[in-house]
Each structure stands twice: as C-alpha cells, then as structure tokens.
Design a protein around this ligand. Sequence first.
Ligand code: GAL
Length: 645
Amino acid sequence: MSARTLGVCYYPEHWPRTVWQQDAQRMAEAGLTWVRIGEFAWSRLEPSQGDYRFEWLDEAIEVLGNAGLRVVLGTPTATPPRWIVDKHPDMLARDAQGHPRGFGSRRHYCFSHEGYKAEAVRITRKLAQRYGKNPHVAAWQTDNEYGCHATTISYSDAARSAFQGWLRARYGGDGNAGDIGALNAAWGNVFWSMEYDDFDQIDLPNLTVTEPNPAHSLAFRRFSSDQVVAFNRAQVDIIRTHSDAPIAHNYMGKITDFDHFAVGADLDIASWDAYPLGFLDESTSFDLAHKEKFSRQGDPDFQAFHHDLYRAVGQAGTAGGRWWVMEQQPGPVNWAPHNPAPLDGMVRLWTWEAFAHGAEAVCYFRWRQAPFAQEQMHAGLLRPDSADAAGMVEARAVAAELREAPAVAPVQSPVALMFDYDADFAWKVQPHGHGLSYFELVFATYRALRSLGLSVDIVPPNLRDFTGYAVLLMPGVMHVPDTLKHAVNAAQIPVVLGPRTAARDSEMSIPVPLPPAWDGLDMTVTAVESLAPGTPVPLPAGGAFTGYRERVETCAEVVETCADGWPAWVRDGHLSYLTGWGDAPALQRILGLICAQAGLETAALPDGVRRRDTGHERFWFNYDTVAHEVAGSVLPPISVTRAAL
Ligand code: GAL
C-alpha cells in the first residue's frame, strides 16, 4: 500500500521571482507534495540557439525543493520556440488538406521531422545533464499530452518519406529494400489499379478523390503511432542515462490516435489529465438530458474509465502499475463549448475517485490562474490576484483527509475489459456507419458493467494470462491474433465477444473463412449492416441493437434473438458472442446475466451512483445532486462514502 499524494502544476516563468517563495510555502502548507514545472518553458530556457538560461530554473527548483516539495520536471518539447520553427520551417505538422499547423499556440511539430527530433533530444539532454542528479527533481515528464489537438497524424513531407521507410521495413522481403509486391498483395492494390512499382510512389492517404484504401490508411495510423513511440523513447533514453528518477508522460483523455501501451512500456509512471466537465460538454455521444444532469459533475464513468485504462498503461511500464492524475480540473476550464463551475464537493470527489482506482498522486492544474494568454479563463487553485479559489478549499480538505484516512489497497478486479488501440485505428478507418467508434463501444460496455456495480480492470491486447478474472469482454477488437484466441480459450472463463471482434485480418481485409473463425465458437458472421439513428432493432427481452449489427449462422445455442429473427446472443461453451451494438438497457441486462452466472455480485445502481472495491474497502461515489439509498446506506448528494469490506 503506497501513500497517496497531491500536487499542482506550476509555471514559475509566468510570475516574478519575488512570489516563488511564498507560492512554494503556500503549496506545502496546503498539503501538496508534488509540483510539476517546466513543460512549456523552452523560450525562457533557450531564447536563441545555444543561449541556455538555466539559472532561473535552478532557483525555482531550489525554492520549491527547500519548501519540501518534490519537483516533476517536464521536457519543453510540446512548445518549440519561434526560432526553432524559423530554423526548420518544414517541421510544422500538416493537416489532411496539406496546410501547415502554424506557430502561435503549441504542439506545432511533426513527429517525423528528424531536424526537430534532434532539437528535442538536445534540449532534453541539457536538462537531464543539469538536473538528473538534483535531489529535488523526483520525477520527469516527457513533452505534454502527445496527440492532443489532433497532432499525432501529420501529412507533411517528412511524414511521407518516413512512412515509405516504415513500409519498406514492414513489407521487407529482403530487409530494408522492401518487397513492393508483398505490399500490393497485402493491401489488395489490384482493386482500382492502385498497384505500385516502388515504395517511393506511395503517398500519404490524404487528398485522394474518394476514400483511400483502408489498408493504406490503417498502415499510416500504425506508422503515426510508432512515430510517437520513437519520439518519446528518444527522450526517455537520454533522461535515463542521467537520472534515476521515474519518468512519466501525461496522456490526455479520449486521445486514442497512438498506442498508449506502447509509449507506456518505456515509462515508469502512466499519468493522464482529467477535465471531467470539459470532456462531458465537448462530447457528442452523451444525450442532452445527461449533459444537463451532470454538467457540473462530469460523466460518472468517464474519469473512472480513464483511471482504469491508465492503471493498465502503468502496468505496461517498467515499474509495473504506477499511475497518476497529472492534471486535475480544479474549477471551470476554458476550452469546452461551455465551461461551468463544478458543484461544491466535486473536486474532492474526483480526487478520491482517482485514489480509489489506484492513483498514487493527483496534481491540480494549475496553481494560479494566468490573467494573460490562451488560458486566462481557466481556473487555478488560486485566483489571478493570488487569493484562494474554490478548488483550493477542496484540495486542502483532501490533503487533511489523506493524513487521517486508511491507505487504499489495490486489488485485481473480477472483470477484464480489453482496450486495443489498433482496433480503434481500424474502426476510425472503417467505421461502417457515421459516428460508430471503438472507443464509444468499449466505453458503453464499461458503463454497463459499472452500472451493475462491478469493478473493472482494463487490459491490453497483449495480455495472455487471464488468471484471476471471472469474466473477460473484448467487443470490437477488430483483429485478434491466433495467440490471443488460444489464450482466451485456455482461460475457460466466460468471454463476451462481438460485435466486430476478429472481423479483419492484420491487413484490414475480411478473413476467409469468415469471422470470427474462433475455435470452439460454432458461428459465422455472414453479413453486416449499420443502422441509421432512429432505426433500432428491438430485442424482445429488453433493449435494442443500435448503430451496427451482424447476421450470423450458427449451430450453437442462440440465447436471444432480435425482434426480426436474427440471432442476437450466441453461446458456445464459455464463449458468448453479441451480434450487435447494444443500447444501455440491452448491455446492462445481458452483461448482468453473464456476470451473475459467473458468480459476480451485481446490483442495479441509480444513475450517478458508482462503487469501486479495493482490497479492504468499498467506495461509493454519488455524482447526483440528490441522496440515494443503496444497500442500506444513505449516500448524500455529491459524496464519497468508504466502508470496510
Ligand atoms: C491540458 C494541458 C494543459 C492545459 C490544460 C487546460 O490539456 O496539458 O497544459 O492546457 O489542458 O485545461
């Protein structure tokens, strides 16, 4: 059981040196442990090429450290200063229309630009050399929110030539020369006479007349993900040679354009940035009534989903399971279509929810609201005039509670839900229906499980040992390698597949024999259809399939049939297959039956009430503005309740 701690994101370069001391003391007095700094400060660290100015950062670290705070030092590579862009004008990422994504905000770089990568490596080395052994620098953060603002994918010239090299290596015949015939065959380029004679002819999959070959698009997404992994690894390798402090990256919620497990494998700590109200307001998948009900609380499952996801990303890392919330919303944000203030008690609730899911640390973004520039409307723990803002009161309250409260004991959850970034890429390339998304399918499944009161582990697609799990769900995992099919079969636990599980081969073609071609599951998907809004297919037992479904032939047990006679739920031994995208009532009902049959204790929780079991305790979270009575306990509005198990 490790200690749970709080922290804050701080920008000493935004404030006169005269206030650093007082700020540091106030942070320590508030009960904060961590202070993250530096991640956007490049123009002050190196105002022109080779003109390094580290004295101010030396002093800031000294002041913060002397106040008893532990520093997380960020590499500033998300904000290359203007002179670097002038030096490498072609380092800017390009959008799908080919337009440069220009200087004047942040993340204005292409991951494939070798010149920029060298600059990023250089500044990282300087920082690692200078602060690698600094006793106050207790952790590192690489860059900031890879992929945020749609920046994983770039259609630049640098990306094009790197992509060609990546393809040569992947369709390698004889090493790096590449075998263009192998690529043509794998992608099915005979279709529409798309065959290539040479890798140099392969453009990026933008600016085509109609949609590009999905195999081409999927390859480009995989390549783009690998570029993020390589960019991050270049920094990690340098930091490790100079420092023993753990290395983190702060992923942004709902950004799925690169494989976080692959980036995470190089890191010691996974962390993510939690903005519950911004995420809810920005989302197009929640209905209006839900948005209205939770506009000041956030969606009751969205944060938990990411906590469970990043716990898994942390498990992929070198330290095996460390994860944090690196940025926690403390008040209104500035970037969603609407930016309400959280209800009193929500900052505390969000913080405790992260701890209940296993977070080691929760850091609030940011210390003092900046009265200038893009985020002047974004709350901090302090107002621009340095008085306490509302979030500060709750941060202090949590800090006090942490001193008294028992530690949270992590424990394996009974339910495993697979999340596969590669499947997300495949769904994006070929959703087959407007708005259909892998993330939303997995999230809908997660929500149904949580509405049943279940604690969930999100698991990566390379997991092969399912020991300890009572149920495994893997909806929508488009390509399932044989090794995974074998491991799932060997586990012999109830498994929920479909829709669209094992629907494509590794190159994005429909496999023959037809999907899911799964030993032990006597069932074949013979046709698929997507459903327009307002055309659900009812399930007589309750709920409906919406958006997407499959027609199957089977000699196995048909547990449920759609109103129009197509099989809806097929079961063969421990394997269940759902042939469509269930709406909330359908998923809750069917998954409730499967989990209850697996011996799990389920409960139909009220909207807004969620529970999470840890090693010794049951946490209840009430996101609702009214009290609820559940299992004999009264849960007050906007509350956290802990009970010994
Ligand atoms: C995050 C970002 C921070 C800040 C914050 C505002 O996405 O990492 O730098 O911009 O959003 O909510």
